[in-house]
Write a protein that binds this ligand. Sequence first.
Ligand code: C5P
Length: 232
Amino acid sequence: MGKDVIVACDFASAEQTFAFLDRFTGRKPFVKIGMELFYAEGPAIVREIKKRGHKIFLDLKLHDIPNTVKKAMAVLRDLDVDICNLHAAGTVRMMEAALEGLTRPDGTRPLLIAVTQLTSTDQEALENDLWIVKPMDEVVMHYALNARKAGLDGVVCSPLEAEKVHAACGKDFLTVTPGVRFADGDKGDQKRVMTPAEAKKAGSDYIVVGRPITAAEDPVAAYERCIREFAD
Ligand code: C5P
């Protein structure tokens, strides 16, 4: 898959989501469905968005014992999404079990990527809450290498880390990066941000963009601007 823009559909209902997606009459955006929408509407929302012709990144961040994650992934694989994810903190064995569960009888499967450390976790929380006494970027690279060792396809990371992840895990190992803002836009609660053009330069394979598109006066124009800056 080439470079693409994934639109984070962080809405609380199917109604709001479809009101938003209905505006896109040309190119159909790659859509990210997160916990909020999935828990509100269930698997039906995934099937409906897929039926409308969108690619889907199902962002449910699984983290449990290997057997439970394997069985959950075996359910998700039948939703026919394009990308799923989990927490690398669940261990290499959990990630291997996830891949097994996600693989269909014919050998095909959605891409599987890992969250290394959430961007909401800072160095202080890493040390004091999680008792991981190592620099954050070393922890992120170690978790990315674990994900590669387990056979995963990539990680979710900051665009600022994309280059390092590619250097450590190979250029084909995908970097899916949120924290993207237009140069003239509002940062919201994101702190370490890059523009779509900078993320492209940094080597991100996919950017995940929420509010700069969903909260824009003209979401379609904002999406097309992202595509122009990042993917064209
Ligand atoms: O609105 P905004 O562009 O900040 O949305 C970014 C999306 O990416 C949200 O759905 C957010 O939950 C997600 N995300 C993130 N940082 C991470 C992982 C996911 O912002 N480390």
